[in-house]
Design a protein around this ligand. Sequence first.
Ligand code: ATP
Length: 309
Amino acid sequence: VFQLSVPLNFLGSVYRELRQSLLDMETLFNLQKVNVNVKEKPDAKILNLSHGGEIRFENVTFGYHPDRPILKNASFTIPAGAKFAVVGPSGCGKSTILRLLFRFYDVQEGRILIDGQDVRDVTLESLRKSIGVVPQDTPLFNDTIEHNIRYGKIDASNEEVQRAAERAHVHELIQRLPEGYKTAVGERGMMISGGEKQRLAVSRLILKDPPLLFFDEATSALDTYTEQALLQNIKSIIKEKARTSVFIAHRLRTIYDSDQILVLKDGHVVEKGTHAELLEQKGVYADLWHAQELSLAQDADLERNLEVG
Ligand code: ATP
């Protein structure tokens, strides 16, 4: 028995590591098309986040093809502990910022610093472990709901899993399923909706609790009511833990209360400030805000007319 227990314990830790790397792989696949040319320096250090996770882009120029830059001399700072938002037209490079931060690609010019350390000088593992993402679309594993959440922290207790699901507004829904947390999902189990997936992804992130948090259109599949409720919960967790968080968003209603909003257009940072400051500037952000408010008002009108008719 003694002889066996040693290798089994060892296997247990390998298995745990494997699972953790599956989680990282998952993040990886979501951000897609990884460049294998990114190499860790032989003397790479462990990322040190003792300053609370300040992210700084300094004169960053980057294109997936060098002759077609997506970011052009972009500079901005995301203060440690800030609730930050990045907005801009589709294809302007919002998700690219996240891929660069993960160092799936290296910048062509400039540098990216986290708490003063160039992402090229730290180990890839420590870098990627520090960043948690709720991506646009989260694939689920062919496993139970419980396991899908627990991938965030494989040694979490059932209570922790449930608490995370509660905070992600998905606990009640899970309880109503035939086998609750033991219900199988994914290809070989039950298919669940985009909005449910997003909430499972948020549960997973809450459980993982990384120092830097990214939400890439993370609530886009939810109805307005659920989205607002979930965002409120996410924001209160972030505030409570003073985490640096970045929201990538199309719908400005979801991010207008950020500490700072960065507006990207054609690869350039065109505006930055608070919602009030940006409205005052009457620029790209203000135009986008008014256009979205108008279309919301029109939708509400339409709904009212349908009800009357
Ligand atoms: P959206 O709001 O639609 O999600 P985005 O602002 O997040 O868009 P990115 O995903 O950062 O935009 O993409 C910026 C540009 O880079 C787009 O034109 C996109 O087609 C291009 N792009 C993204 N990934 C790659 C890649 N792996 N190889 C080549 N081009 C890419």
